[in-house]
Ligand binder design. Structure first.
Ligand SMILES: Nc1ncnc2c1ncn2[C@@H]1O[C@H](COP(=O)(O)OP(=O)(O)O)[C@@H](O)[C@H]1O
Ligand SMILES: [Mg+2]
Length: 255
């Protein structure tokens, strides 16, 4: 059974008189342990798809199942509990709470699950140490580099030991070397069994994934890395097509 299953998912946003169809009937199955890269142009529906997969929002039509459970049958409260148990979120801009230390930021999601302060602080320290930040526990986000902040946010995403990590452009605000370190961290977490679903613009980051879900104008398509990640090749193909067409026309003229 797939861990996440989308069946003909349509998501519409109403904007006054207009309706934007952000997803146009997506079918998608993600197995436990997969590492997926979601790729597509800006505005194509990537974040909307993440919101569906992470139970942050519900579809206008169609069905989303998490672990065989139809999300449309759950109340807001039940959805919140499911999210806090099963899904960890990592964002491009880290989204740490600026008035809290690294340790408090990581401990926060455990508060909502009713863990004692002592347990929260212990686990937070353990996770930050695993992220190589054992000597930064009491630092505020502003006292940390971008790469360190992203590692704090990954530790926070792991606080409740979720099965699924959702990362929306996790390296978008990082330089290449720091971004690579974050990708290696995600790769390690995947090899430890976490299912990872990552939005990225970067073909280099997409190489870390097992396969690609390509999204264009709200239409999703699963692709293998070889056939999808290198958008430059596609452009080259088009150019070659055009050139050979022109040559054909030219030779037609010769007849
Ligand atoms: N809350 C919203 N209200 C109205 N329109 C939205 C909302 N969120 C996204 N959209 C629209 O839906 C489309 C897909 O958006 P999004 O999923 O954020 O794309 P991406 O993450 O690929 O850039 C865009 O046209 C966007 O403007
Ligand atoms: Mg987005």
């Amino acid at each position: 059974m797939a861990l996440i299953k989308l069946d003909e998912v349509v998501k519409e946003y109403r904007m006054g008189e207009n309706t934007v169809q952000a997803l146009r009937g997506s079918d998608l199955e993600i197995e436990s342990g997969d590492f997926v890269a979601i790729m597509g142009p800006s505005g194509s529906g990537k974040s909307t798809l993440m919101n569906m997969v992470g139970a942050l929002d519900i579809p206008t039509r169609g069905k989303v199942e998490l672990d065989g459970e139809d999300l449309s049958t759950l109340t807001e409260n039940e959805l919140a509990v499911l999210r806090s148990k099963k899904v960890g979120f990592v964002f491009q801009k880290f989204n740490l709470i600026s008035s809290m230390t690294a340790r408090e930021n990581v401990a926060l999601p455990m508060l909502f699950r009713g863990k004692s302060r002592k347990k929260r602080m212990e686990r937070s320290e353990k996770l930050l140490t695993e992220m190589g930040l054992g000597d930064r526990l009491g630092h505020m986000p502003s006292e940390l580099s971008g790469g360190q902040q992203q590692r704090v946010s990954i530790a926070r995403a792991l606080a409740n030991d979720p099965d699924i990590l959702l990362a929306d452009e996790p390296t978008g605000n990082l330089d290449t070397d720091t971004g690579d370190k974050v990708m290696e961290l995600l790769e390690d977490l995947n090899s430890e069994g976490k299912t990872i679903i990552m939005v990225t613009h970067d073909p280099h980051d997409a190489q870390y994934a097992e396969y690609i879900v390509d999204i264009t104008d709200g239409v999703t398509e699963r692709k293998e890395k070889e056939e999808s990640y290198d958008l430059t090749d596609r452009r080259t193909d088009k150019k070659e097509e055009k050139t050979s067409k022109q040559e054909d026309e030219a030779s037609d003229g010769d007849k």
